[in-house]
Design a protein around this ligand. Structure first.
Ligand code: LLP
Length: 422
C-alpha cells in the first residue's frame, strides 16, 4: 500500500501533484511519502505488538536525514553499517542505545567511535573482528555488547547479489563453528556476548527460508544457553520483500512474518531486534524523470529520459523491475508501445525499464519509476559528471526538498589540482 495515486488526471504524492514538484524542483528527483513510511512502520510494529521487539530501520536502504527523522519520531532504532551511517542516525535524533552496528568490515576507528557513542550492540561477523573489537573496547576501558552473526547456510531464493545466508557468501560465522566462537568470545576482555544475529538476504518473497533460519537460530540459542551463555537478544535481520510488480508479486504480510517469528522463537524469552529496510521505504519512494526524446529504433522505441543508471542503478545491477507510471493519467489510456526507458549515460546498460509495453511517451512527458525508495538515492553516483539527484519529502499537502540538487561548482570543486598542475 502506498500513497501515490491519480487525482484529477495527475499523479500525486499524497496531496501534492508531481507536475508541480517537477516544475518547481526540476527533474529528475526522488519523491518520498511520509504517510507511506509511517504506515509501513506502524503495520510492522503492530504485527509485533505482542512480542518484545525493537524495529531498527536499515539505514543503508535510505539514509536521508528527513527519512531517518521520520522513523526516529515513530520510535524506530537503526541498523547501521558504517561510521557515516551511525553519524546520520545520531544526527536524526536516534538514541544510541537503539543502534546496532552491523557489517563485515568495521575499522578500529569506527569501533571506537561507536563505543564512545554507547551503541546498543555490534553484530560481529568473524573471529578476527571479535579480537579487534575486544582490543579496542579493552583499551577504552568499556564493554562492547555483541551478537555474533551466524551464517545458517539457507538459500533465501532471491537475486544472487543480495542473498547473504549461504555458506559461500562472505557473511557471518559458519553455523557449525558458532558455539566454539561463543566460547572463545567469553574469554576475551571488553566483550559481553549476549545475542545472535542472522540475516539471510533481501527482497525475500517466501517465508520458507525465514522458517529454516529461525529454526536454526532457536536450536543455537538453546545450545548456547546449555553451554552457559546468557543469550538475551535475537537479531532476526531484515529482508522481507516488497511488491515491485503490483498485484503480480505479493510478499508475505508482516502479520504472517510476525506469526512465524512467534511460532519459532516466541518461547525463548529473548528480546527481538528487526532490521527492515526495503519493506519500510521501498514503495514509499519514486524516481520522477522527464522524457527528452522518443526515438524509433529497429523494432522498438527508445524513450530517452533525463534520469539514468547513476540515479537508479537497480535495473541494470540486479535486473530489477520497476513499474513506470505516466504522471499524466491520460497517457495511460493510449495504446501501449514496446519500448525501453533509457537514460543519457553512455552505456548500453543505462536503462530504467526494458522491453515494456508503456504509453507512447513524447518529449516533455514526465513519468514515475515506482518502488524506488529503497536502495535508490543511496546508491546514486555522479557518473558522467551528472549531479546527484535531489530528494523531496511529501507530507499531506506539503513538500520539502530534503536534499537539494548540488551545483556543478559543488561537484567539480571537490577535485584539487596538484601543485605541479596548478
Ligand atoms: N540487515 C542486514 C545485515 C543487511 O545486510 C540488510 C541489507 C538489511 C538488514 C536490510 O535488508 P532489507 O530489509 O532492506 O531487505 N542494494 C540491494 C539490496 C542490498 C541489501 C543489503 N543488505 C537492492 O537494491 O536490492
Amino acid at each position: 500500500m502506498h500513497h501515490f495515486s491519480y487525482k484529477d488526471g495527475v499523479l500525486h504524492a499524497e496531496d501534492v501533484s508531481l507536475t508541480r514538484i517537477a516544475a518547481e524542483v526540476g527533474t529528475p528527483f526522488y519523491c518520498y511519502s511520509t504517510a507511506t513510511l509511517e504506515r509501513h512502520y506502524k503495520v510492522l510494529a503492530q504485527a509485533f505488538a505482542g512480542q518484545d521487539a525493537t524495529i531498527c530501520f536499515a539505514v543503508k536502504a535510505n539514509s536521508n536525514q528527513a527519512v531517518l527523522a521520520t522513523m526516529a519520531r515513530l520510535g524506530a532504532g537503526m541498523d547501521v553499517v558504517s561510521e557515516g551511517e551511525l553519524r546520520r542516525a545520531r544526527a536524526a535524533g536516534v538514541p544510541a542505545d537503539k543502534i546496532i552496528f552491523a557489517g563485515v568490515g568495521k575499522s578500529p576507528e569506527e569501533m571506537a567511535y561507536a563505543l564512545q557513542e554507547g551503541i546498543f550492540s555490534f553484530n560481529v561477523e568473524s573471529e578476527p573482528e571479535l579480537v579487534a573489537l575486544s582490543e579496542v573496547a579493552a583499551n577504552l576501558g568499556v564493554t562492547a555488547r555483541v551478537a555474533l552473526r551466524v551464517n545458517p547456510d539457507v538459500d533465501a531464493k532471491t537475486h544472487a547479489k543480495i542473498s547473504t545466508g549461504k555458506s559461500e557468501n562472505k557473511f557471518g560465522i559458519p553455523y557449525l563453528k558458532a558455539v566454539a566462537l561463543y566460547n572463545e568470545a567469553r574469554e576475551l576482555p571488553g566483550l559481553a556476548v549476549q545475542g545472535i544475529h542472522m540475516h539471510i538476504g533481501s527482497q525475500i518473497t517466501d517465508l520458507a527460508p525465514f522458517r529454516d533460519a529461525f529454526r536454526l537460530m532457536r536450536d543455537l540459542t538453546l545450545e548456547l544457553r546449555r553451554e552457559g551463555h546468557d543469550i538475551h537478544h535475537l537479531d532476526i535481520g531484515g529482508g522481507l520483500g516488497v511488491p515491485y510488480r503490483g498485484s503480480n508479486d505479493v510478499p508475505p504480510h508482516p502479520d504472517e512474518y510476525a506469526a512465524l517469528v512467534k511460532e519459532t522463537l516466541g518461547d525463548l524469552d529473548a528480546k527481538l531486534y528487526l532490521e527492515p529496510g526495503r519493506m519500510i521505504v521501498g514503495n514509499a519512494g519514486i524516481l520522477v524523470v522527464r522524457t527528452l526524446f522518443a526515438k524509433e529504433g529497429a523494432g522498438k522505441r527508445f524513450t530517452i529520459v533525463d534520469g539514468a543508471m547513476n540515479d537508479l542503478i537497480r535495473p541494470t545491477l540486479y535486473e530489477a523491475y520497476h513499474e513506470v507510471w505516466p504522471v499524466q493519467e491520460a497517457r495511460a489510456s493510449e495504446p501501449p508501445v514496446l519500448q525501453d526507458i533509457v537514460g543519457p549515460v553512455c552505456e548500453t546498460g543505462d536503462y530504467l525499464a526494458v522491453e515494456r509495453k508503456l504509453p507512447p511517451f513524447e518529449a516533455g512527458d514526465v513519468m514515475a519509476v515506482m518502488t524506488a525508495g529503497a536502495y535508490g538515492a543511496v546508491m546514486s553516483s555522479t557518473y558522467n559528471t551528472r549531479l546527484l539527484v535531489p530528494e523531496v519529502l511529501v507530507n499531506g499537502r506539503d513538500y520539502a526538498v530534503v536534499r537539494p540538487r548540488p551545483s556543478y561548482d559543488d561537484l567539480i570543486g571537490l577535485d584539487r589540482l596538484p601543485p605541479w598542475l596548478a
